[in-house]
Design a protein around this ligand. Structure first.
Ligand SMILES: [Fe+2]
Length: 355
């Protein structure tokens, strides 16, 4: 059983035997400001996804332990790796959430913190500009090494702090990160080589202050709407979404209830695709009137696109309006990759518009 709502960041803690679900990318990787899709997707699928897969494997191992009989070195090793993997997962989620444009727009590079967070930064650092100078200098000081530059709210200190972390599990106790900048080389090497400082400047021009502000409100106990953490264009109703983990279980189930897989892709996005889920049929969203008659009304339908934004979201809303049991895959095939889901080479033979 898994319990985390993949679109909420205020979900209940998972129990020892439960798995942690992947969170979707909220940024549009193909539209970022000077950070490539190749870099961001590789980072999300391999490093974030890898940490999540590792964490769930460790938790499964821990759940099966006979604690009284297990050697202490094995307990120590597993608990240390669990802490590192869980911290890496959480910091990567904050990192990816911290980046991206507003709604369907690419990052402008000129966004500023919302008024409430700007006032807090002024109060604690003198000005937003002074905070930015400290934060970016702290991040650049990690060049050639590894770690995280973090902006956190500390309840005990009663202020925002810039928190330097040499590894995933090295944070001020009790402080809540609201912005995290990944300074491990995998976060920038594909685009910037060893030029970590250039990466820091470019990442700062991609910040999504709306979501960072929402995290600040959560940290200080004021709450924030879940809409800030839902992929743009994804169905708002939970029953219209399916997580990658739920889909994997459903595909292993009895044939009659196994979801029919629908792979939707805009013509302009075809060059971005190399693979698909086994058994899926690929269609153009605009050709809905041609492919909808192929869909069964007596089986669930899982619809996916690249990242789970409006391509699958709009189609699922329309299919459900017409009475189909359709759900959009949260995070799209990118999230599927990140959980280690199997794929097959792309087959476009059923695609309507190969332009
Ligand atoms: Fe990373």
């Amino acid at each position: 059983m898994d319990v985390q709502n993949p679109t909420s960041i205020s979900s209940p803690q998972f129990a020892e035997h439960e798995i942690l679900r992947i969170r979707p990318l909220l940024l549009k990787p193909q539209w970022m400001n000077g950070l490539s899709e190749r870099l961001l997707v590789s980072h999300y699928e391999n490093n974030y996804g890898g940490a999540l897969r590792r964490l769930n494997a460790i938790k499964a191992r821990l759940a099966a332990l006979d604690w009284a009989r297990t050697p202490v070195f094995e307990i120590n090793g597993l608990k240390r790796e669990e802490l590192i993997a869980a911290s890496s997962v959480i910091l990567h989620e904050i990192y990816f959430d911290s980046l991206g444009g507003r709604g369907d727009s690419p990052p402008s590079g000129t966004e500023e913190p919302p008024a409430e967070l700007a006032r807090a930064l002024e109060r604690d650092f003198g000005s937003v500009k002074a905070w930015r100078a400290e934060f970016t200098s702290m991040a650049k000081a990690l060049a050639g090494g590894s770690g995280w530059a973090i902006l956190s709210w500390s309840e005990r200190l009663g202020r925002l702090i810039n928190d330097w972390a040499a590894d995933h599990a090295h944070n001020l106790p009790g402080a809540t990160p609201i912005l995290a900048l990944d300074m491990y080389e995998h976060a920038y090497h594909l685009d910037f080589g060893a030029k970590a400082a250039a990466y820091v400047d470019q990442a700062m021009a991609n910040l999504n202050w709306e979501r960072i502000g929402a995290r600040y409100r959560l940290a200080i106990g004021e709450g924030a709407e879940d809409k800030f953490f839902l992929p743009y264009g994804a169905p708002t109703k939970e029953e219209a979404r399916i997580s990658a983990e739920e889909l994997r279980v459903a595909l292993e189930g009895a044939n009659a209830r196994r979801p029919v897989l629908l792979d939707l892709c805009l013509p302009k996005d075809l060059p971005r695709r190399v693979d698909m889920l086994a058994g899926a049929s690929m269609h153009a969203p605009s050709a809905l009137e041609r492919w909808i008659d192929e869909l069964p009304r007596d089986r669930p339908i899982a619809v996916y696109c690249i990242c789970g934004f409006q391509v699958s979201g709009t189609a699922v809303t329309e299919l459900r309006r017409r009475g189909y049991d359709a759900r959009a895959l949260v995070g799209g095939i990118t999230a599927w990759h990140a959980i280690g889901g199997a794929t097959v080479p792309l087959d476009t033979s059923t695609y309507e518009e190969k332009s």
